[in-house]
Unconditional design. Structure first.
Length: 313
C-alpha cells in the first residue's frame, strides 16, 4: 500500500530532528554533511509537503513550531526504525560479501580465474572474502548458477543456456594439437573438411570446448561426422593422450600454450574454419551480479580480454 502523499521522506525528517536537537539549522546542516542552503531547501520542501511551517528562525537559531514539534515527535520512532533497517541491511550485505561461490568451466578455472582471484583479493572491500570454486564443464556451470549454488559462472559455450544472462569477458581460439610424430605435425595447413572427417580426442558432451567446435563444424557442408576417437573429461588427460601419439585433439589455445612453446605438442593451422570463441560470465536472468560477484565480473571483463585476447582475437 502506498504511503499518504503528505508523508515527508526520511532525509527531511532526520534533518528536522537534528534542528530540534541542536537548535540551529546551520549546526544541523553541518552534522548531516550538507550546506546550509541545501538544509534550508530540504526544510522548505517539508513545509510545502505538510502545508504547515515547522521551524521558527531567528538570529539566535531555529526552534520548532507547535506543528513542527508534533511532527518531530512522531518522526522520532520512524527515523529510529529506519536506522535499524539500515543496520540490518548492512549486516545482510556483510554476510553476502563474506563468501563467494564461483562456478567456472575448466579452461577458465585453470588458465584465467587464478589471476582474476588474485586481483579480487587485492581489493580492500573483498580482501577477506572466502571464494569457493566449482570447476566443471559449461553445462555443469550453468546448472550450478541456475540452482543458486554459485553466485557467478564462467562458460565457454557460444551462448548462455535458457534462464541465464551472459556478457563476454574474454576471447579465445580453439587449435588442433598433435604429437610431434603425427603426420599433421609437419603440415603447412589442414583443410577444414579433413579435420571434420578425422576421429579426434574430445571432451565429453556438455563441454564448452566440444560445443564450440561442433558449432564451428556446423558451418561446413552437411556430411557424416565420425565418432570421437576418445572422450575424456579432463583437458590435462587430452593433452597427455595427444602428446603420446593417441591422436589429434582440439583444445583451447590457452590450455596448450605451454606445450606448444615446449614442443611437446604441435598445432597445424586450419583453413576454412573459424575457431574463435567468446568466454562468458553468466548469472540468472533478471538479476545482476552484486558484491564480490560484481567485483569479480568487472575484473574478468577488463583483465580477461587482455589475457585471452592474444590467443584468439
Amino acid at each position: 500500500m502506498p504511503l499518504p502523499p503528505r508523508v515527508p521522506d526520511l532525509a527531511a525528517l532526520d534533518l528536522l530532528l537534528s534542528v530540534v536537537e541542536l537548535g540551529s539549522l546551520g549546526r544541523a546542516a553541518q552534522a548531516h554533511g550538507i550546506s546550509q542552503p541545501s538544509a534550508s531547501s530540504r526544510i522548505r520542501y517539508l513545509e510545502q509537503l505538510v502545508g504547515l511551517p515547522v521551524l521558527e528562525r531567528s538570529t539566535l537559531g531555529s526552534r520548532p513550531t507547535e506543528a513542527g514539534a508534533l511532527i518531530a515527535e512522531w518522526a522520532g520512532p520512524v527515523v529510529e526504525s529506519a536506522r535499524r533497517l539500515g543496520a540490518g541491511i548492512d549486516t545482510l550485505r556483510e554476510q553476502r560479501d563474506a563468501r563467494l561461490h564461483v562456478a567456472a568451466s575448466q579452461t577458465v578455472a585453470e588458465y584465467l580465474l587464478p589471476r582474476w582471484l588474485v586481483a579480487l583479493r587485492a581489493r580492500p572491500a573483498t580482501a577477506d572474502t572466502t571464494v569457493t570454486l566449482e570447476a566443471g564443464n559449461s553445462a555443469g556451470v550453468a546448472e550450478a548458477v541456475l540452482a543458486g549454488r554459485a553466485g557467478l559462472g564462467f562458460i565457454e559455450g557460444p551462448r548462455a543456456p535458457k534462464g541465464l544472462e551472459s556478457r563476454p569477458v574474454a576471447q579465445d581460439r580453439l587449435v588442433v594439437v598433435v604429437a610431434p610424430t603425427h603426420p599433421w605435425a609437419g603440415r603447412g595447413a589442414l583443410a577444414a573438411e579433413e579435420l571434420a572427417g578425422a576421429r579426434l580426442i574430445q571432451r565429453e558432451p556438455g563441454s564448452g570446448t566440444r560445443t564450440s567446435f561442433e558449432r564451428a563444424l556446423g558451418t561446413l557442408p552437411a556430411g557424416p561426422r565420425p565418432e570421437p576417437l576418445l572422450e575424456l573429461s579432463s583437458t590435462t588427460a587430452i593433452k597427455t593422450a595427444a602428446a603420446a601419439g593417441a591422436g589429434p585433439a582440439v583444445l583451447s589455445s590457452l590450455a596448450v600454450s605451454a606445450e606448444l612453446a615446449a614442443g611437446t605438442l604441435k598445432s597445424p593451422p586450419v583453413t576454412g574454419l573459424d575457431l574463435r570463441r567468446t568466454l562468458r560470465a553468466v548469472w540468472p536472468t533478471g538479476t545482476r551480479p552484486a558484491g564480490p560477484a560484481r567485483d569479480l565480473y568487472g575484473i574478468a571483463r577488463h583483465s580477461g580480454q587482455g589475457a585471452a585476447g592474444g590467443a584468439g582475437a
